[in-house]
Design a protein around this ligand. Sequence first.
Ligand code: TYM
Length: 331
Amino acid sequence: MNRVFSGIQPTGNLHLGNYLGAIRNWVAMQAEYECIYCIVDLHAITMPHDPAGLAQATRDMAAGILAAGVDPARTILFHQSAVTAHAELAWTLMSIARTGWLDRMIQFKEKRGRDAEGPSVGLYTYPVLQAADILAYRATHVPVGEDQKQHLELARDIAVRFNGLYGEGLLTPPLPVIGAEAARIMSLRDGTAKMSKSDPSEASRIDLTDTADAIAAKVKRAKSDADVLPDSAAGLADRPEAKNLVGIYAALAGTSVDAVLAEWGGRGFGAFKPALAEVTVAALAPINAEYVRLRADPGHLDAVLRGGAARAGAIAAPLLREVYNAVGFLR
Ligand code: TYM
């Protein structure tokens, strides 16, 4: 049986990178698969965070995901801290994952900072919790952006090792689902840096909560270059900003980079940017309107998340029992 699982941290707003890299696939996969989507609040506390804002950030993220098209009638949407199996399975898996595997994690190296006491232990073991998220549901497919590929490989390694030690078939090694286009949307200020919630510059990203005017202003200010657009994708090779903006246009317009360049090749950014702003606003305006509507009803959002947590917990509990039996705990 195929089952989809994916997660997102409730830090900052949903941005265009999250949407094109992951959430759009989350929505599309509902048509074919049983889907489980998780707002990973346990992961969010591994970096310094604001306790007073976390619950609201979790609700806001739920509103954004629902506004983008996740349907709670068929899909499970919940917050991670409400299902204890995630933390329990993570602890169990921490005893079989090797430190050498975690030492290689690129995201940890990017996020660890310069604090004299070092990063939190949670930040280091973060990818094991992520593996537990997926493995707790025997998920087969995990739609994510390119940056999560290494964490998915680790989840596979953990599943394979666990099965080797405790019994074949206990855990299911998951497959990442990474879109060919838009798997890595870059900052609007720097075509070599990923668009990210943690970038201090608001102008670096387009949030799904931005108004049409804000979107137009950010696209207008986006870093580009002085050349005209090339006729084909090969001409974008050494032009990271141009490549990013054309890629965003193609993803939002539902077409290919080559098709965009067939239309726009030979013209400059003065002409291209207003068109890009237009397709961006057209794609995001309906999501934005729905987000504003949903956000005004926190009771509904909490009910969706609580209902999702009950359904998720019912799937994860028997798997956790099997795992506890396999490792030999007194039951
Ligand atoms: P997070 O919260 O950073 O991002 C959520 C999703 O958005 C994708 N993404 C991007 N895709 C393309 N371009 C970008 N600039 C961009 N920025 C973010 C991410 O790849 C991700 O798919 N560790 C995960 C959360 C997580 C998870 C899981 C994911 C926890 N448990 C289990 C899958 C399965 C994270 O921090 O994603």
